[in-house]
Design a protein around this ligand. Structure first.
Ligand code: PGA
Length: 259
C-alpha cells in the first residue's frame, strides 16, 4: 500500500478546504487502485471537510493534538475532540511546530500516546536540519527524535502509526532529498522501529517521506519499496499537483499488481 497525506497547514480556510476536498474526491473518482489518502485541513475546517469526505476513500487528519483529554488548556484541542469530528489521523511533531511553537521530543511523545489512546493514527514527523546533516548527525538526530517519541508506546493490534521522515531543509524549499538518500534514511528508520516497536505486525507501521514533493518528483519516491508514502505540504493545496501525486501513486500500485 502507499499512503498520501496532504498537510494543508494554515494555507486554506474552511471554504477553500471544502473546495479542495471536493477536488481530491474528483481526482480519485472511477479509479481502481487507490492509495490510502489522508487530508489534514486546519482544525476549524475539520467538520466541514468531514461532510465532504464521509463515506469516501479519503480519511480525515488533524495537524496537531494536545495530550490532555479535557481541562483548562486554552486554545488546545484534545484527541477525544478530534475523534468526535471523525478524525482518524493526526500529524505530531511537525518541524514547523518544533521550530516555532515550542514542540519538543517529550511533547511529541505525550501527543503520540494520547493519539493512540483514542484510536487515532499518529503521523510522527522527524528529520534533521541542514546543519545537522552537514555535521554528519542526521541519523543520530532522527534516532533521538524517534526514541523519545515512541517512549512507552505499545501498539495494540488495531493501532496504526506512521513516521514521516521530513528533512527540515527540504520542507518548502523546492529541494527534496534525493530518493536514494530518502531510501537510506527510511531503511535506518525501519531498523529503529523494529527495535522500538518489537510488537508491530505487517502493515501496522509505515514510513513516509516529506519535503518538497510535487507532481513531477512523487513517482521517483513512491516507486521505492522502502517508502510507504508521502507527506505533502505546499503541493497538497494545489489541486493539479496533488492530482498528479495521486496519479503517481496509482501508477506505482498498478505496476506492483501487474508484477
Ligand atoms: P512541503 O511540506 O511539501 O511544502 O515541503 C511538507 C511538510 O511540511 O509536511
Amino acid at each position: 500500500m502507499k499512503t498520501i497525506v496532504g498537510n494543508w497547514k494554515m494555507n486554506v480556510g474552511t471554504r477553500e478546504s471544502v473546495a479542495l476536498a471536493r477536488g481530491v474526491l474528483l481526482a480519485l473518482r472511477g479509479k481502481r487502485t487507490l492509495p490510502e489518502v489522508v487530508a489534514c485541513p486546519p482544525f476549524v475546517a475539520l467538520s466541514e471537510v468531514r461532510k465532504i469526505v464521509a463515506r469516501s476513500h479519503v480519511a480525515l487528519g488533524a495537524q496537531d493534538v494536545f495530550w490532555e483529554e479535557t481541562g483548562a488548556f486554552t486554545g488546545e484541542v484534545s484527541a477525544r475532540m478530534l475523534t468526535e469530528l471523525g478524525t482518524t489521523h493526526v500529524i505530531v511533531g511537525h518541524s514547523e511546530r518544533r521550530a516555532q511553537l515550542g514542540e519538543t521530543d517529550e511533547t511529541v511523545n505525550k501527543k503520540t500516546l494520547a493519539a493512540l489512546a483514542h484510536g487515532l493514527t499518529p503521523i510522527i514527523c522527524v528529520g534533521e536540519t541542514a546543519a545537522e546533516r552537514e555535521a554528519g548527525e542526521a541519523e543520530a538526530v532522527v534516532k533521538r527524535e524517534l526514541r523519545t517519541a515512541l517512549h512507552h508506546v505499545k501498539l495494540k493490534p488495531k493501532d496504526r502509526l506512521f513516521v514521516a521522515y521530513e528533512p527540515v531543509w527540504a520542507i518548502g524549499s523546492g529541494t527534496p532529498a534525493t530518493p536514494a538518500d530518502a531510501v537510506a534514511m527510511h531503511r535506518f528508520i525501519k531498523s529503529l522501529l523494529a527495535d522500538f516497536l518489537p510488537q508491530q505486525k505487517d502493515g501496522q507501521v509505515g514510513v513516509l517521506y516529506g519535503g518538497s514533493i510535487d507532481g513531477k518528483n512523487a513517482y521517483a519516491f513512491l516507486r521505492e519499496n522502502e517508502i510507504d508514502g508521502l507527506l505533502v505540504g505546499g503541493a497538497s493545496v494545489k489541486l493539479n499537483e496533488f492530482s498528479d501525486i495521486l496519479a503517481a501513486a496509482m501508477d506505482v500500485l498498478e505496476g506492483q499488481l501487474s508484477r
